[in-house]
Design a protein around this ligand. Structure first.
Ligand SMILES: NC(=O)c1ccc[n+]([C@@H]2O[C@H](COP(=O)([O-])OP(=O)(O)OC[C@H]3O[C@@H](n4cnc5c(N)ncnc54)[C@H](OP(=O)(O)O)[C@@H]3O)[C@@H](O)[C@H]2O)c1
Length: 275
């Protein structure tokens, strides 16, 4: 049985969190957040565009875990990234989440109203007044990260990007190691695609684990935080129990050798470098 203390951390960020994209049924979302917290999760990931911040807040409120023990992250949507709207919409997010601060606030995409100087100055103001503990970015290419680092008066704590065995992001990982920016893997289960992969299946069978657990353990071996989205208690628990799975060197090498560029999330406003 894992406890919250068993979860490795990056800075103070627990390296396993609960994702909530498309967990839009209010009661279901509230329940999954509460169940995850009561199981031991201490990192919850949401976003303005997921339209579930109120349900996430209620899940936190109804769980028997103190707010200060939870690492809560949300993201500012691309239409809210001009300076004034960053501040106003963050205040609205905080009200929906039922809290007066978030542990991490992300720029969701370098797109829409994103303007490095103006957007990041607003993030810095929110940081200085204590509404935001850390500033993160998401879907940033290395050059976007460098520009943000030069512009922002506080460190860029994280870059949240799609990473899983079928999109291993080697270049971004090297850049993150060099710059000290933590990586958070979104879609760590490739939105379900890892479940039917033969290599992961063989490793899972060898350890008496699930394919999802193998994908999450592989990310952990590489020092990458993962935020799998799970709605049912069974999936929430299966992912939690990935913490007790240790892959050996050979397992990691076999997954490292998977050579695919299979991106799951690619909206039309994605960075040009994605093609
Ligand atoms: N920053 C961004 O632009 C961005 C983009 C995408 C995602 N994200 C974040 O990353 C989170 C995770 O990514 P994602 O939602 O795209 O995909 P994901 O976590 O890779 O996969 C979620 C899917 O896997 C299923 N699942 C979860 N655990 C499972 C298990 N143990 N066994 C079998 N199936 C399992 C879920 O089913 P159930 O729901 O039925 O449990 C759901 O269908 C999101 O929820 C969001 O918080 C951020």
């Amino acid at each position: 049985m894992q406890t919250p203390e068993d979860v490795p951390t990056a800075g103070e960020m627990p390296m396993l969190g609960l994702g909530t994209w498309e967990n839009t049924d209010h009661a279901q979302c509230r329940q999954s957040v509460r169940q995850a917290l009561e199981m031991g999760y201490r990192h919850i990931d949401t976003a303005q565009i997921y339209r579930n911040e109120r349900a996430v807040g209620e899940g936190i409120e109804t769980a028997s875990v103190s707010r200060e023990d939870i690492f809560l992250a949300t993201k500012i949507w691309i239409t809210n990234l001009d300076g004034d709207t960053v501040v106003e919409s963050t205040e609205e997010s905080l009200a929906r989440l039922g809290t007066d601060y978030v542990d991490l606030l992300y720029v969701h995409w370098p797109a829409g109203e994103y303007d490095p100087a103006e957007t990041l100055a607003a993030f810095e103001r929110l940081h200085d007044r204590g509404a935001v503990d850390r500033v993160g970015v998401s879907n940033f290419e290395p050059d976007h990260v460098d520009r943000a680092t030069e512009t922002l008066g506080v460190p860029v704590f994280t870059n949240q990007v799609e990473i899983h065995p079928f999109l291993q992001q080697r270049q971004l990982r090297t850049h993150a190691e060099e710059t000290g920016v933590e990586l958070v893997a979104y879609s760590p289960l490739a939105r379900g695609a890892v479940l039917s992969d033969q290599t992961l299946g063989a490793i899972a069978e060898k350890h008496g684990a699930s394919e999802a657990q193998v994908a999450l353990a592989w990310l952990r071996e590489h020092g990458i935080t993962a935020i799998p989205k799970a709605t049912s208690e069974t999936h929430i628990r299966d992912n939690w129990e990935s913490l007790s799975l240790s892959l050996d060197e050979r397992d990691v090498e076999r997954i490292d050798a998977i050579d695919r560029q299979s991106r799951q999330v690619h909206p039309e406003f994605a960075p040009e470098a994605w093609g």
